[in-house]
Ligand binder design. Structure first.
Ligand code: C2E
Ligand code: CA
Ligand code: CA
Length: 510
């Protein structure tokens, strides 16, 4: 392999010499020399042959395009065939190093494309490609697979055990998650990574190794944004994306495989649990636990969003009733309402009926509505529903605040109880002054509108502490707890509340 690379180096140098622009400048001098030494005939011969020689030399040493595939037009990275070639080399008996294959995909790339537009997304992809590449060694290779998906071949050096490989995957993710500025907008991204070690490849070919890494990526995507998965022999060769048909989804909804999990929200000042959000999960009999991002599009396509809403509402109220019976003080549960449900003229009636059935006061149910949905809602069914739910006594939380384009007027027009500040504004708030300024501005708007605030996606203790200092009302995120099944939630609250007395669970007001 070194031999092959050495020959490539020599070819590159010869080509550089033969194709250098200054070489043509020597043509007149060479022709004069030819005239002195061999007269007019030699001069004519040189004049004809010299440019031809240059052309032939250049052509012979020009790198062969890999099976005729041009590099990716946006990032300039090579494409799949080049990656396969490199991975194949890792299996050669004389290979210096075996190769591990990583596949990284930016989360929610479609949504982002729609938000940012084509030119900005190109810029984002170029930045990501440069950053990820900068974390690699010269001998590693990064290629563009699909839009937002990159394949990487990495030399497997000594001590490249699973732990080191996981750390490398996390480094790749860290390169993606640094903020990117495009058109005066800060973009914060996350990514999933799947990888396959050569020892685990189903066959000793680049093709098999890449398929294994893509399969691991498929499992990571099912697990939710920001996940990392290694290929293991039990995984299917390639995991398909949300190809669930209507019957399968309908059956899963009826069988109780699809049901809500719960993530706590705490009061930033006191640390007490102030509520929770119901987030749907699918416990699939063969595929394991599936995150909503991987099956909600299929549910929507199958026209089953309303059915899903019913299942989640029922699950949420059942859980709340059960926690009440167990003596827990959970003030409210929040459910996410889709645009489809919001367009059903009977929505508020349905919710009222369900609340009555559980004998639950309406103010214990929070309905989360996306900022984007509110922004588009004029005098229509959705608007009627939101007002009817507020009149009923349910609380309205404005979800993903800051990512849509709801005007201040539209927030004021609806009876919004709280705004949920999107995770992209919360990330790195403890270290990034731009983020702090942004949150301060949002908190000021909320204050003037007299609505409460919930910070979403609080991942670290540092972020939580900063939120205390800035005066946000509530927090939700992995630093407090991840979403969990109803029973686990009950145990978690029982363990969490006494900890508050020891005062170390939650940072105090600065
Ligand atoms: P969302 O409503 O913005 O929910 C918050 C998402 O952020 C959840 O993802 C949650 O697990 C995740 N999250 C919470 N804390 C953290 C954190 O500290 N860091 C990070 N990185 N993520 C955090 P999940 O459960 O995968 O839900 C994704 C989206 O799916 C939700 O976004 C919501 O739009 C939708 N969804 C979930 N459940 C339902 C449902 O029952 N009905 C409807 N219509 N949509 C739902
Ligand atoms: Ca939500
Ligand atoms: Ca949200």
């Amino acid at each position: 392999m070194v031999g092959v690379q050495g020959a490539e180096q020599v070819k590159k140098r010869v080509r550089a010499v033969l194709t250098a622009p200054h070489l043509a400048a020597f043509l007149p001098a060479i022709m004069i020399m030819a005239f002195w030494n061999g007269g007019e005939n030699l001069m004519v011969l040189v004049a004809i042959l010299f440019p031809g020689l240059l052309a032939i030399g250049g052509a012979l040493t020009r790198p062969k395009p890999t099976r005729g595939v041009a590099n990716d037009e946006i990032t300039g990275l090579p494409r799949r065939p080049k990656l396969l070639e490199q991975l194949d080399r890792g299996f050669a008996s004389d290979a210096d190093f075996e190769k591990s294959c990583f596949v990284l995909e930016i989360d929610d790339i479609q949504k982002l494309s729609a938000q940012l537009g084509e030119e900005s997304i190109r810029q984002v992809l170029r930045t990501i490609a440069d950053r990820v590449k900068a974390t690699l060694r010269e001998t590693d290779l990064m290629c563009a697979l699909n839009t937002g998906r990159f394949g990487i071949s990495i030399d497997k050096r000594q001590r490249a055990d699973l732990e080191a490989t996981l750390q490398l995957a996390a480094r790749l993710q860290a390169a993606v998650s640094e903020p990117i500025s495009v058109d005066q907008t800060r973009v914060l991204l996350s990514s999933c990574v799947g990888f396959a070690l050569p020892s685990r490849s189903p066959e000793a070919t680049g093709e098999a190794l890449l398929a294994a890494a893509e399969s691991a990526l498929g499992v990571a995507v099912l697990a939710g944004p920001g996940s990392i998965r290694a290929f293991s022999n039990g995984m299917a060769a390639r995991v398909g994306r949300s190809e669930h048909n209507r019957d399968e989804l309908s059956r899963a909804l009826d069988a109780g495989e699809i049901r809500p999990w719960f993530q706590p929200q705490v009061s930033v000042k006191t640390g007490r649990v102030s509520g929770c959000e119901a987030l749907v999960r699918w416990q699939h009999p063969t595929m394991g636990l599936i995150a909503p991002g991987a099956f909600l599009p299929a549910i929507s396509k199958a026209g089953l969003m309303e059915r899903l809403g019913e299942v989640v509402l029922f699950g949420a109220l059942s859980a709340l009733q059960d926690w009440d019976r167990q003596g827990l003080e959970i003030p409210a549960v929040a459910i996410n309402i889709s645009a489809e449900e919001l367009n059903n003229p009977n929505l508020s009636e349905k919710i009222k009926w369900e609340l009555d059935r559980f004998d639950m006061r309406p103010n214990r149910l929070v309905v989360e509505i996306l900022e984007n949905v509110i922004a588009q809602t004029e005098d229509d069914v959705a608007r009627h529903n939101i007002n009817a739910l507020a009149d009923l006594g349910c609380k309205i939380d404005l979800d993903d605040f800051g990512t849509g384009n709801a005007s201040i007027a539209s927030i004021a027009r609806f009876n919004v109880h709280r705004i949920k500040i999107d995770r992209s504004f919360v990330t790195h708030i403890d270290t990034d002054t731009d983020q702090q300024n942004m949150i301060s501005a949002i908190l000021t708007i909320a204050d003037q509108l007299d609505v409460g605030t919930v910070a979403e996606g609080v991942e670290t203790h540092g972020e939580h502490t900063k939120l205390v200092a800035l005066g946000c009302d509530h927090a939700q995120g992995y630093s407090i707890a991840k979403p969990m099944p109803a029973q686990t939630f009950l145990d978690w609250v029982k363990a969490h509340e006494p900890k508050l007395l020891s005062s170390e669970a939650v940072p105090r007001l600065a």
